[in-house]
Design a binder for this molecule. Structure first.
Ligand SMILES: Nc1ncnc2c1ncn2[C@@H]1O[C@H](COP(=O)(O)OP(=O)(O)O)[C@@H](O)[C@H]1O
Ligand SMILES: [Mg+2]
Length: 343
């Protein structure tokens, strides 16, 4: 397979390149900020991909040279997800990640909305941009309350308010500073959570993370958390798989928490999970990512345009559109029948 990895940090993705090469595939890294989407006026789909450079003309990437596109984007997801959709829908490449899914995963508020609408258990959450009714919010969520920005990673923009006083000042501070925040109930786990790599229909690897000491509740490895490989229960695996699929991701790092009663919560879903798990667990999940692409890319390439598995998947996110289109067609038919009767 000819694989393009969309990333601005190739060094972070060496293990992905290793896995692809080990299995006999070609890999090229493209920085999304240098990619140019050329939408042609032709009706038969002659759209093109270019990469900007310092010479007179950008380099053209021919669609025959792109079988698979794997996004590994930390930031710039708005442009990046548009680029991914272009590669899949306009150039016919396969990606295990849906462009809309990438978008949803980049925003904790959107992601929790979608998960809840799919009946996936998440912490009780309040999303508001009003500095009012803070006492009521605290009453709903109970102290301590977790505060998060809509976007952010590595635990950098996740905080905790452990008194009414800190909740009062912090919520109003955040809203007036123009931050988009959400407020979440605190899940008591003794500073542990689970990072779970879902690949296709299975869990490739999972690790338990524990915060580095009692002064921090965040378990992120980048915040000093410690990780160890674990085997999840079948139920928790199924929950993580369903969560990833519900937002359109076949490759995802799902964050799971389990409280003292053993109740499981999905906290967030990462479309670009970190690679430290490889050294910690000794498992390189990118091998499974490559195998998943091997199993699927041919099916995708041979599917007629607009009916590929991924196009269908992105359509699922737009059920309402299809329902109203079907209703309209039905109404048109009824109108035609009525006219025929008159004639
Ligand atoms: N509702 C919560 N209750 C308790 N701890 C939480 C909660 N939400 C997040 N955490 C802790 O904070 C960490 C970072 O939160 P997360 O939502 O995953 O943001 P990030 O994208 O920055 O990793 C989690 O790994 C977990 O340890
Ligand atoms: Mg996280």
């Amino acid at each position: 397979m000819k694989i393009i990895v969309l990333t601005n940090s190739p060094a972070e993705n060496v293990k992905l390149e290793d896995a692809a090469k080990q299995r006999g595939h070609e890999v090229r890294f493209i920085n999304p900020s240098k990619a140019m989407q050329y939408i042609s006026q032709h009706e038969r789909g002659l759209d093109r991909l270019y990469v900007a450079n310092d010479s007179k003309e950008p380099e053209r990437i021919y669609s025959k040279d792109v079988d698979v596109v794997i996004p590994r984007m930390g930031g710039g997801v708005e442009y990046g997800s548009a680029l991914l959709r272009f590669c899949v829908e306009n150039l016919g490449a396969y990606s295990p990640v849906n462009g809309w899914g990438l978008h949803l995963a980049s925003n904790k508020a959107w992601c929790l909305q979608k998960l809840s609408s799919e009946n996936i258990h998440v912490p009780k959450t309040i999303i508001t941009c009003s500095p009012k009714n803070i006492a009521w919010i605290v009453e709903q969520l109970k102290l301590p309350v977790i505060v998060k920005t809509w976007s952010g990673s590595c635990g950098r923009t996740v905080g905790i308010c452990d008194s009414k006083q800190s909740a009062n000042s912090l919520f109003s501070f955040a809203v007036h500073a123009g931050l988009k925040i959400l407020l979440e109930e605190y899940i008591e786990t003794g500073g542990t959570d689970f990072r779970v790599w879902v690949i296709g229909d299975r869990v490739s690897v999972a690790m338990r993370r524990t915060s580095h000491d009692k002064t921090d509740f965040r378990a992120n490895i980048s915040q000093g958390g410690k990780g160890e490989k674990v085997q999840l229960s079948e139920q928790d695996e199924a929950l993580c798989i369903r969560a990833a699929h519900s937002i359109g991701l076949q490759v995802a790092g799902v964050d799971l928490m389990k409280d003292a009663d053993g109740t499981s919560y999905i906290i967030e879903i990462n479309s670009n999970p970190g690679v430290k798990i490889i050294d910690i667990t000794g498992v390189n999940p990118f091998i499974d990512v490559i195998k998943l692409c091997e199993d699927n890319y041919k099916k995708h390439k041979s599917a007629p345009s607009g009916t590929s598995a991924l196009s269908k998947e992105s359509m699922l996110l737009n059920d309402d559109f299809f329902t109203s289109a079907a209703q309209m067609m039905n109404q048109n038919k009824m109108l035609k029948d009525a006219l025929k009767l008159k004639i």
